[in-house]
Design a protein around this ligand. Sequence first.
Ligand code: SF4
Length: 432
Amino acid sequence: MTKSTARQFESLKIWESFKDRLPWYFAVSTNHMPAKYLIAKCIPSNLDRLSSANEKELWNEHILLTEVFLDKWKKVRTREMPDLSKAVAGGHHPSLLDLSVELANRMLTHCNFCRWNCKVDRSKGTRHGTCQLESTSRVGSYFHHRGEELIFRGIGGSGTIFFTSCNMRCSFCQNGDISTDKDNGIPITPSALALMAWQLRMEGCHNVNWVGGEPTIHLHTIVEAINLLDSFTKPDTRQLKYIQSVKSDDGNYYFDSWQTNSEHAFYQGQLFNCPQLWNSNFFMSQEAMHILRNIMDVWLPDFKFGPGKCAFDISRTPWYWETVTGNLKLVHEWGEDMVIRHLIMPNHIECCTKPVLEWIAKNMPEVPVNIMDQYHPDNLCDPESSKYRERYNDISRACAPEEISLSYQYAKELGLNFEPLLYEKSAAFYEL
Ligand code: SF4
């Protein structure tokens, strides 16, 4: 991506509809503002040695430092703190970000990353929770994603990193190869993961898009990787070769020409700057939410099921509605940038689509919603597959045109902000 291509992203017509809705993400992705993790790095902890504090002391410190973070973030946004480079270069150790890494690693020993709250010690790996994971994370693939919303894929793609395994069991999962196969891909250290993110951003991706499967179950690896993001000057060739084995852009005619270029990725010319996008089923614990609050620049939650039994019947997930709506409310109360995705499913308009859209209209009507019509039967719902299960008969087809138009009509009646995302593929939004 050349410099002029970076400016093309900033000039996309779609920002006329989204600049005010996602102001922080827009400013960070175009390097007019520093990503949150850079601010978190400037905030020193009063605890000299994090490893000698107990978890309660760490959480108390996290609560205090979050207040400091919010104050500093506000000053950055209002340009009362113009020179962040000096503050970062000051090297505060331990910082709020170090504290978040320590907390995530403590949580791993009685895992409560998500609502299952399995309490297993994943650092030992002697017992497994619902996600079946131990402490090592694996990545199935990473690449410049050209299928995400235009505000995320832009010109250079969304820098998407696909982790293995999941904490839900969606029978129709369209990433079943990685979500149901925890051993897919390659094992990854925080340092190698940071290199993936660094490379994608340096090649011109507009964000790093943490997804799976589900990223929450890899919280400890991701937070530690983010803490290492600005540590590269020249990547280690052996490590680069290792991660490239799962880089799916290789051989793609469109992306062969991507070269790393610091023009894409620096704030104030000195700080490696990369917007963090949390692309999640939102079946997270509140603790995980609080860790991510100081790190994620934009949230991209799925909101699939209504308040009835569908989440349990289709995804074997209890407590779905109360967990996801609770987490959505938190992000909204925090005033963060967010886009909600809802996938229309056949035969689930009355029980899922309508209550989901009604809840959004009642609680956060201004938040952009992507109402997606691309459902296709996959995994256990695909009648052509040997894995097919008859009990998923009602979702074993694509949505009928009437189901899709009814959903859009309903969203319109509710006054939801969905049309710019729906019609983004129209040529008009590409105009500069
Ligand atoms: S991430 Fe969730 S499913 Fe996995 S062990 Fe932890 S609490 Fe359980």
